[in-house]
Design a binder for this molecule. Structure first.
Ligand code: ZN
Length: 299
């Protein structure tokens, strides 16, 4: 048995995975906003509900929107900011009286896809989450790479290869991060910025994609440009790591056109005469994060 928990900005999900890799328990609670002790209580109540399915000493893996600082032993780089500076793994180990492993949620995502998903059977894999935020995780030689600073794979806060767009500040205090152009909200913002006649104050990503599919020239151009920026951003990953596969997850990964457009633009940008890197959709969809958290003890 394995227990996985995905601690997200809006919900906390907990699963128990059986020895034959089936999810036999799944439950979610909303994430208490700005309330670290509330988050601990919610995790405890979810874990208590696993008792009929997994023994009380079953180790727990947790995916978090951030990472553990090796300098302080506390959470850093979390956009759920109440976690920053807290010794989450130590607090939970005491509270739940069992071993806890923490990893960044994008690391959990690629670990799940590597263990039994879209990257199964590969040696090196890069996982990309393009959703509300942009993150990434890296597996090299069958091992999840954490890195000296705990940030391996965080390509979402590289500066975007420049396309003459306006400068954008990022929550991380830097400017022009990949995330500020490739996240779902950024995709929507860029479309509105490029539509000066519109009086709308919001437009959904799905709506933009639907417009592109029926031939709206502005929406088509916008989607094409998004794919171009994604390809340019992934080029920096391929030129350094040259992974066997790149797996996309998060809401934006559901745009089917990306799997045709991004490989086309990679041919233009990557330092190689031919590019064979498969760009594929996650097999386990939204469940990859929580599944990968459960798999952390099999690392
Ligand atoms: Zn940033």
């Amino acid at each position: 048995m394995k227990i996985g928990i995905d601690l997200g900005g809006t919900k906390i999900e907990c699963v128990v995975i059986s020895q034959d890799n089936h999810i036999i328990f799944r439950e979610r609670l909303p994430t208490p906003k700005g309330d670290y002790l509330g988050i601990l209580d919610s995790i405890e109540s979810l874990v208590n509900k696993t008792l009929p399915y997994a023994p009380h000493n079953t180790p727990i893996g947790i995916g978090i929107p951030g990472t553990l600082s090796s300098d302080t032993g506390t959470i850093k780089n979390a956009n759920t900011t109440c976690l920053i500076g807290e010794p989450l793994d130590q607090d939970l180990a005491v509270m739940l009286n069992r071993p806890i492993k923490l990893a960044n949620d994008a690391n959990c995502f690629i670990w799940s896809e590597f263990c039994d998903g879209a990257a199964k059977g590969k040696t090196n894999a890069f996982g990309v989450i393009i959703g509300t935020g942009v993150g990434g995780g890296l597996v090299v030689n069958h091992q999840l790479v954490n890195g000296l600073n705990g940030i391996a794979g965080e390509w979402g806060h590289n500066p975007l290869p420049h396309f003459g767009l306006e400068q954008r500040p990022c929550y991380c205090s830097k400017e022009d991060c990949v995330e500020t152009y490739l996240s779902g909200p950024a995709f929507e913002k860029s479309f509105l910025d490029a539509s000066p006649q519109t009086t709308a104050t919001s437009v959904g990503s799905e709506e933009i994609v639907s417009l592109a599919r029926i031939g709206d020239p502005l929406a088509k151009q916008h989607l094409d440009n998004y794919a171009k920026m994604l390809a340019a951003s992934l080029t920096s990953v391929i030129n350094i790591v040259d992974p066997d596969i790149i797996v996309l997850g998060g809401g934006m990964s559901n745009i089917d056109e990306l799997y045709e457009l991004v490989p086309k633009y990679l041919q233009e940008y990557v330092f190689s005469d031919t590019i064979h890197t498969p760009i594929v959709k996650a097999k386990h969809g939204d469940s990859s994060g929580v599944r990968g958290a459960a798999w952390l003890w099999n690392e």
